[in-house]
Design a binder for this molecule. Structure first.
Ligand SMILES: Cc1cc2nc3c(=O)[nH]c(=O)nc-3n(C[C@H](O)[C@H](O)[C@H](O)COP(=O)(O)OP(=O)(O)OC[C@H]3O[C@@H](n4cnc5c(N)ncnc54)[C@H](O)[C@@H]3O)c2cc1C
Length: 405
């Protein structure tokens, strides 16, 4: 045990140093970085976090908050330091007509379970909902509605934060603005978010969900640009994948029936075929949940995920996507891997620490790879492919999303 730990002042929660706690904190969804901390704090309140941050500061120990650990590159790990398990703080305090107040360790799926009975939803959701509020507010939080509403960090009313000096402050656009701007997309290094007041909007009961198929990346991208610029749909995403040796290019466009802004007009688009169905809003936003047991069953949930998330300027997106599609052969995909690709509008995002390409539109491009366990050579090949994709993106004026500050 690190000597400094024996002199930590009394806590209401617990500071754990057993093997299980340290191994847990040295693992994340990526399963490629395994930095062991010295201790794990399971706080009972913000005062515990403040006490530990102050004590660690005196002894030169790094402190890193962790949500669900769904990072893929060790972002929530602290080599030799202290990891704060934020899932200990997971209460939903209040649902109001335009806002919800939650602890930072609450998952977005639980936020929705609390707000949907009131007919309300956060305006922007990530594709997967089992991430914590603090975890996504620390990176940005992008989704198919971001071309209307920006990142999740642009939809925050106020935050309670423990600063790197251990002060407990409430911050918002009009109060302690510097803390508010440092902690949103601050990757957990500029303070610990303990509580968030999040903006809510009216939720639709049902959605019209279109999957449009293309035989060309250029047409897919052209249609995505058109939809996002015109704002015709409430949600727009897209993806490239290889299935049974066939390259698939798909655009997802969704209208929120009765509550959205989009007309849902598919006219003038150049897709080959469209599949359309109606779903409840919950089925739509929770659409990745059924895939998790399938991946677990295939042994690909606990295995390495060398993922790569990029923000690519509009002007370079076709070049980067053609590279992603052709250079990444079938050996780098499982039956589940894919390249997510969809456009966002720079003018909708105002979070200072979210580094965007210098273009009116930019694309989130995420190479989501699933490596089998105990196959370091496959992981290496995937990481090499990522490095080439990153090199192309940076050379074209793009940025990395989710990387450590
Ligand atoms: C299956 C899957 C789907 C995803 N889909 C999307 C998507 O659609 N859109 C998108 O934008 N991202 C997506 N992501 C990425 C995800 O948003 C980030 O990795 C997010 O940070 C994970 O949240 P978490 O709770 O697991 O955080 P962790 O991985 O535990 O932590 C992530 C970062 O946040 C910091 N942090 C955690 N809690 C706090 C806190 N309370 N205060 C301050 N800092 C904190 C950590 O120190 C770390 O730097 C996805 C990830 C996965 C695995």
């Amino acid at each position: 045990m690190h000597q400094a730990l024996s002199t930590v002042p009394a806590l209401t929660g617990s500071l754990e140093t057993d093997e299980d706690a340290l191994a847990w904190a040295a693992h994340d969804y990526g399963d490629t970085v395994h930095d062991r901390p010295t201790a794990v704090l399971r706080p009972a309140d913000a005062a515990d976090i403040s006490t530990v941050i102050r004590h660690a500061g005196v002894h030169g120990l790094t402190v890193v908050p962790r949500g669900q650990g769904h990072s893929t590159g060790g972002q929530a790990q602290a080599l030799g330091g202290i990891v704060i398990d934020m899932t200990s703080l997971a209460a939903i305090h209040e649902v109001g007509p335009d806002r919800v107040v939650v602890d930072a360790g609450v998952k977005w799926s639980d936020v929705l379970r609390a707000t949907l009975p009131h007919g309300l939803t956060p305006p922007v959701l990530t594709d997967y909902l089992e991430l914590t509020v603090g975890g996504t507010l620390s990176v940005g939080g992008l989704g198919g509605a971001s071309h209307h509403h920006g990142a999740q960090t642009d939809n925050v009313i106020s935050l309670d934060v423990v600063t790197p000096t251990g002060d407990v402050v409430t911050c918002s656009p009009s109060s302690n603005r510097a803390v508010f701007d440092a902690v949103r997309a601050g990757r957990g290094r500029n303070g610990v978010i303990t509580r968030a007041t999040l903006r809510l909007v009216r939720a639709p009961e049902t959605v019209a969900w279109h999957k449009l198929h293309y035989d060309s990346i250029s047409q897919l991208v052209a249609d995505q640009r058109q939809l996002v610029t015109a704002g015709t749909f409430d949600y727009v995403e897209g993806q490239l994948k290889l299935r049974e040796g066939r390259h698939v290019a798909e655009l997802e466009a969704v209208t929120f029936i009765g509550s959205g802004a989009g007309s849902g007009d598919l006219g003038g688009l150049s897709f080959l075929e469209a599949e359309t169905h109606t779903a409840t809003y919950w089925e739509f936003v929770d659409r990745l949940a059924p895939g998790e047991p399938v991946l677990r069953e295939a042994g690909l949930w606990e295995s390495p995920h060398p993922w790569c998330n990029l923000l690519v300027p509009n002007a370079a997106v076709e070049e980067v996507l053609h590279h992603a599609d052709s250079a990444l052969g079938a050996d780098l995909y499982s039956d589940f891997g894919l390249v997510l690709a969809y456009p966002l509008r720079t003018d909708r995002i105002s979070t200072p620490l979210l580094r965007l390409p210098d273009d009116d539109l930019f694309f989130l491009i995420a190479a989501l790879r699933y490596a089998p366990s105990a196959s370091p050579e496959i992981v290496n090949a995937m990481q090499d492919a990522n490095a080439r994709l990153i090199g192309k993106t940076i050379a074209a004026g793009g940025t990395l999303y989710l990387d450590p500050l």
